[in-house]
Design a protein around this ligand. Structure first.
Ligand code: ATP
Ligand code: LTN
Length: 335
């Protein structure tokens, strides 16, 4: 019997700080789940991170930490290609090529660019503008069928598809058209302090987000102070953004449906529910935190895994880059 080739998955996360519970539920957890059934490549997107000014020491530390987190969530460096984006030179190379196949108008429509340029008005650099093109390169280099992301990245995936279709239209089928993979629960975890806003790593209010490395005490405190409403009835409803968010988090960690949560917490106050959510999150994060602490004590192992990941990623991505360059008409002289 012929062995069927597994479909490919690629995703990446910026090492801008420790991931939040939102990053974990919306993206990272799906990465791990998909790794059993797909041929996966996962990157720490450090090139993307410098579109916003970074402290050099912090960037290096955060890149190592993020790499350790990817292993700590349970990714197997032998099974998947787990790597740091800047260790694989094909990403920046393909990004340049794709810049020349992306229209100024379509890049101008990206909402993340508009938001980030408002937030960093003193540094609206060209990298921030072409950020989605580098992301398209990340994805297309691996001929990815699926890209597990949170809901906020959907627009970037659409532009990656548009660029791929344009390129394929000109040169024949070079790139696989990627599909987003967005989980059914927790694709958009909201801020604990302003549940109309998404939970974000870069939020300046530390009470607004749970870091996946927060201690149990900190997690309990943050959930206790989460903004809810004055109804004191645990139910999912349109005008209850705070409670909806807590129910989503609880459901994502326990597998309970909203109906189950509503009936189990009927007649109980928000205080009890908040503590239950905190407990569920603590249990969900405990094994990850344990593995992370162990990995951070072994930088030689981390480096070895990063080498292995970069080699694997380079091997896959170089084939696509070569094909692209040939199609465009570069003079290729070989080694
Ligand atoms: P920053 O605040 O630095 O912009 P971020 O928290 O938005 O960062 P990213 O590194 O941009 O995080 O995203 C990593 C992954 O996590 C992406 O797939 C993104 O869609 C997902 N993600 C980010 N925030 C959330 C959230 N609140 N809920 C669900 N998924 C999220
Ligand atoms: N822009 C993404 C991070 C990212 C990414 C990617 C996600 C960089 N390259 C490729 C999926 C596929 C973000 O999460 N903000």
């Amino acid at each position: 019997m012929e062995l069927q080739k597994k479909q490919r998955v690629l995703s990446a996360i910026q090492p801008t700080s420790i991931p939040t519970l939102g990053n974990y539920i919306g993206a990272l957890r799906n990465w791990k789940n998909m790794s059993a059934n797909y041929d996966c490549a996962y990157a720490v997107a450090d090139l993307h991170a410098i579109t916003v000014r970074q402290d050099p020491k912090a960037l290096k530390q955060q890149t190592m930490q993020m790499f350790a987190i990817l292993l700590a969530i349970g990714l197997d460096p032998e099974q998947s290609a787990v790597f740091v984006q800047s260790h694989v030179d094909t990403h920046a190379q393909l990004a340049w090529l794709l810049n020349c196949y992306t229209q100024f108008g379509e890049a101008s429509r990206m909402t993340q660019f508009k938001e980030k340029s408002q937030k960093h008005a003193d540094n609206i650099n060209v990298g921030l503008f072409t950020y989605p093109v580098l992301m398209a390169a990340d994805i297309l280099l691996y001929q990815a069928h699926y890209v597990p992301i949170g809901a906020d990245q959907k627009q970037h995936l659409e532009i990656a598809r548009d660029i791929a279709e344009r390129f394929n239209g000109l040169y024949g089928s070079v790139f696989t058209l990627p599909e987003p993979f967005i989980g059914t629960v927790g694709a958009r975890v909201m801020s604990l302090q302003d549940p109309e806003k998404k939970m974000s790593k870069s939020d300046v209010n530390p009470k607004a987000s749970i870091s996946i490395l927060d201690s149990p005490d900190a997690i309990v405190k943050k959930f206790k102070s989460a903004v809810t409403d004055s109804e004191a009835w645990v139910r999912y409803a349109e005008d209850k953004a705070g409670i909806n968010n807590l129910m989503t988090i609880f459901s994502a960690c326990t597998g309970w449906s909203y109906e189950q949560i509503e009936s189990d917490f009927a007649g109980k106050g928000y205080g009890d529910f908040k503590l239950a959510v905190a407990d569920a999150v603590i249990e969900e994060l405990r094994p990850l935190q344990f593995r992370f602490d162990r990995l951070m004590k072994d930088p030689a192992y981390l480096k070895q895994c990063a080498h292995l990941g970069a080699e694997k990623a380079k091997r896959i991505s170089q084939r696509t880059l070569d094909k692209c360059m040939k199609k465009i008409g570069f003079w290729i002289i070989g080694n």
